[in-house]
Design a protein around this ligand. Structure first.
Ligand code: ADP
Ligand code: LRH
Length: 486
């Protein structure tokens, strides 16, 4: 069967066609388009938006180009949403999670609702842009809204006319009860979020509907089924982690963000997990993604963008080759520091962070990039270890998936830092996970995650990186110890 995966990352969106049969899983990229923040000025300053109509248009252009299809699935980055009015019309343009409208909202909410209670109900990490905090900062618009739809659910609504909230993405809102597996109605009421905004939940694997007749005609295709997949891109990416059954594995979904953690059967809601700011997101087939958001390749992309804006273009592949020759671990930063979250001058922020910890800041482009990649690998090491310790598990192998697998320096340093082999690939894990869940719904013999992962292992190019055990990662970590000032 031929299935279209619409996979919307924070850096790029893609429409990928997957062909699935017994022992067969092939993907072909039909369309890729840039995605990112659009800043719009207004009387009170400015707001970072997504170009959601552009994303929809590109999705349709991709679908038009695919030819015969048996199904469509949509996944995207988490936490962001569109609001619909009582007629189903979009109210305003969705806001980007990196917008500053949520500054201080978390801090003021936890004075009313204890952070422990929030974690106990939702199992979610505290990130300033969780949907809950965005909705609170959006309060004025909520009165005119009837429904909140997460980005993939919004696109699915435009394709099918059906309203619903797919569970894996709903679980990233901080309004979802991780144990009851239902909207956290009591919490919504307590914080003043109108409960009518929260649509009925749907499971990954459910059929959402079929393409609206007019749209199908416009696209020149039949009324193809649209299937709910793990609509959170990280949920879909973890479906396609090519782990062996029974293996003790950690995963790193490495793209704009790096999502680093373990797959568990039940949420881990201990005080220690909360203190380490781990999250328990809902995965496909009732699994839990116990992970932490590491700031990710965003810092590298934004570094290159800063240089570009100054008229100094640096090619990613060339600078990574040069960075591989730079002295390892000469300077490292805490890549998860809040300073690296908003768009802006990353090289300056990196220099400041090095100075604050008494390290000589990187000077050349290659040194700066090496500092970012070393710091990412160091954060991977810290997070894999913490995850294993918090969940009482052993990690024998790290699976690295997503665009970051194209960065060979990062893959090797991850193996070195974590001290276990890294199996890198597939690159398009989220699209593959999307295709696999659709395939099962539409009749493929893929009964469980183990079968899906076995098919990925058999069919996708993967590369192993062995740890070299040469560099001193513990000493580098010590340089970042709290309170250490140069
Ligand atoms: P997202 O899904 O968040 O948009 P991706 O999984 O597509 O992100 O990963 C994008 C990242 O992959 C880029 O930021 C870049 O750092 C990395 N990447 C992509 N291609 C290459 C390449 N040829 N060499 C090194 N890194 C690459
Ligand atoms: C990765 C991702 C991640 C979320 C972030 C907002 O694309 O979905 O899992 O935390 O975007």
């Amino acid at each position: 069967m031929r299935l279209a995966a619409v996979d919307l990352g924070a850096s790029s969106g893609r429409v990928i066609v997957g062909s699935v049969g017994p022992g067969q899983l092939e993907i072909e990229e039909v369309r890729r388009f840039a995605n990112g923040a659009v800043r719009i000025g207004h009387r009170n300053g400015s707001t970072l938006h997504w170009d959601v109509l552009g994303i929809y248009r590109e999705t349709l252009t991709g679908l038009r180009a695919v030819g015969d299809l048996d199904g469509i699935g949509i996944d995207s980055w988490a936490v962001d949403y569109g609001l619909l009015d009582a007629h189903g019309a979009l109210l305003g343009n969705p806001v980007h999670y990196r917008d500053s409208r949520t500054d201080g909202v978390l801090e003021s909410l936890i004075r009313r609702v204890p952070a422990r209670k929030l974690f106990d109900i939702t199992g979610l990490q505290q990130l300033p842009f969780n949907t809950l905090y965005q909705l609170i900062s959006d309060r004025e618009r909520l009165d005119s809204a009837e429904t909140m739809l997460m980005i993939p659910d919004l696109l699915a609504y435009w394709l099918t006319g059906r309203i619903g909230a797919e569970r894996t993405n709903a679980s990233t809102t901080q309004l979802y009860d991780v144990r009851a597996q239902a909207w956290a109605i009591g919490l919504a009421e307590q914080v003043g979020i109108p409960v009518r905004l929260l649509p009925p939940l749907r499971d990954p694997g459910e059929r959402i509907g079929t393409l609206l007749p007019d749209l199908a005609a416009e696209l020149g295709m039949p009324e193809v089924p649209v299937v709910a997949v793990g609509s959170h891109d990280t949920a879909s990416a973890v479906v396609a982690v090519p782990a062996e059954s029974g293996a003790n594995f950690a995963y790193i979904s490495s793209g704009t963000w790096s999502l680093v953690g373990l797959e568990l059967d039940a949420p881990e809601l201990s005080d220690a997990a909360m203190a380490a700011n781990f999250t328990n997101e809902t995965g496909v087939d009732g699994t839990i993604r116990f992970l932490r958001n590491v700031m990710g390749l965003w810092v590298l992309t934004e570094t290159l963008r800063t240089w570009d804006a100054r008229g100094h273009h640096v090619d990613l592949a060339e600078v990574l080759t040069a960075a591989a020759e730079v002295q390892p671990l000469r300077a490292v930063v805490d890549i998860d520091a809040p300073a690296f979250l908003p768009p802006g001058d990353m090289p300056a922020r990196i220099r400041a962070a090095c100075e604050q910890t008494g390290q000589r800041p990187p000077e050349s482009a290659a040194e700066t990039v090496r500092c970012v990649v070393d710091s990412l690998a160091l954060a991977y090491r810290r997070t894999v270890r913490q995850a294993a310790e918090l969940a009482g598990k052993t990690v024998d192998i790290v699976h690295l998936v997503g665009g970051g697998t194209r960065n060979q320096l990062l893959c090797q340093l991850t193996a070195d830092a974590c001290g276990v082999p890294v199996l890198a690939g597939p690159v398009e894990a989220a699209a593959l996970g999307n295709v696999l869940v659709q395939a099962r719904t539409l009749g493929a013999d893929l009964p469980d995650l183990a079968a899906m992962r076995a098919l990925v292992r058999q069919t996708q190019p993967l590369r192993t990186y062995q740890p070299s055990g040469t560099d001193d990662w513990a000493a580098a970590e010590a340089r970042l110890a709290p309170g250490r000032v140069g």
